[in-house]
Design a protein around this ligand. Structure first.
Ligand code: MG
Length: 383
């Protein structure tokens, strides 16, 4: 509630009589911004904490909610939607995103097709704020795609039949819970296992007692000894693991390059690879990169990173935070060109306000719907 009050103060809107909660904010924002004809791009945003279905534990933290901000960008009666998902360890918050988004002057742009100018401006306003920037980037892509009447995978020239299976993430937990989560994950063709604690071998053995599907593992920087890491990777290969994500701390560059040179499985940089310049630095240190819209400021830079990685003969996976079907569907537009996808963030929350990309028999299914291909499940979410 405090967050909501602070948000109202930040944006200068006042609660309306007769409405409650989140509907009040939508109504107030509409009233405040009014008609948009001739006004250029109109940005709106609203905080929306994501409720996680299970307490989520990785190598260095546990949590039950993820701070999130939903955005919309309107131009001449057409609205695109975006989102900033901000797991606390990334350093952004509803307060910082609200401050950043409030500082933008997007009404100066009268043509949404000038995406390069608009997004370069958004990136230049202040450093950091990558998720907040992504929320504008996604909304702009959705808006432009809707005006064009085409989904982004088509605009980029990708074949929707090429989408990979998405992995489903199994967090660190007791053997009983891990076993239960693995049973529930039966529809998925690849599972992502969070490692990086003393129970790593037990985690894998527990999952293997339930299923034979391929596994990938995400160590979240949890291994600090390169020889131990190499021994583990050899063992994991025997257990049907197909790649290892961020095995060592992002600062351990020399050890990581040694591990990659000797590893029998591909290594993927995640925490080490945030934005476009990091792709070049990852060459020779990892076999591939994990691109996430919330790290790299959105779809525009994600597409650039993918193209650069491909030219460097590096593997590409597309990942996510816990986020709604909005950001997941945006990321899915890029997935036909990715070797692996980890786009299960919307499946881990219980209050997804959107319907978008679907997972059928473990495979990402893109729909032929303009923009990022989402619709609000309830009209109250149409900001
Ligand atoms: Mg990761």
């Amino acid at each position: 509630m405090n967050t909501r009050r602070n948000f109202i103060r930040t944006t200068g809107v006042t609660a309306l009589a007769g409405l409650t909660g989140i509907e009040t904010l939508f109504a107030a924002m509409k009233q405040k911004t009014g008609k948009t004809s001739g006004k250029g791009l109109v940005l709106r945003f609203i905080p929306n904490d994501l409720q996680l279905r299970h307490v989520f534990t990785i190598a260095n933290n546990s949590r039950k909610t993820t701070p999130d901000v939903l955005t919309s960008l309107e131009f001449e009666g057409v609205t695109g939607y975006g989102e900033a998902s901000m797991p606390p360890y990334l350093g952004e918050s509803i307060e910082s995103a609200s401050k950043f988004l409030s500082s933008l002057n997007l009404s100066q742009f009268k043509d949404p097709f000038q995406m390069e100018d608009i997004l370069s401006y958004v990136d230049s306003v202040m450093p950091g704020n990558c998720a907040a920037k992504a929320s504008v980037d996604i909304a702009l892509h959705d808006l432009v795609g809707k005006i064009m009447g085409q989904p982004w995978y088509k605009i980029w020239g990708f074949d929707p039949a090429d989408t990979p299976n998405t992995s489903f993430t199994i967090g660190i937990d007791t053997p009983e819970v891990v076993r239960q989560k693995t049973v529930e994950a039966a529809p998925y063709r690849i599972l992502k296992v969070k490692l990086g604690q003393k129970t790593d071998r037990e985690m894998i053995e527990t999952i293997r007692s339930v299923t034979d599907v391929p596994l990938c593992v995400d160590v979240n920087q949890g291994w600090t000894d390169k020889q131990m890491a190499l021994d583990m990777i050899h063992w994991l290969k025997e257990k049907g693991v197909v790649f290892v994500e961020q095995p060592m701390p992002k600062t351990a560059i020399d050890d990581m390059a040694w591990l990659t040179a000797n590893s029998p499985l591909p290594t993927i940089g995640d925490e080490s690879v945030q934005r476009l310049p990091d792709v070049m630095k990852a060459k020779g240190v990892y076999h591939g990169i994990n691109i996430k819209l919330m790290k790299c400021t959105g779809m525009r830079e994600a597409h650039q990173m993918m193209t650069l990685a491909e030219s460097l003969n590096m593997k590409v996976m597309i990942g996510c935070m816990t986020e709604t079907s909005c950001a997941i569907s945006a990321a899915a537009q890029l997935s036909p060109k990715c070797e692996w996808a980890d786009l299960d963030g919307n499946l881990l929350i219980s209050n997804d306000p959107y319907k978008g990309v679907q997972v059928v028999d473990g495979k990402i299914i893109l729909i032929d719907q303009p923009g990022i291909g989402i619709s609000a499940l309830d009209s109250k979410w149409k900001i």
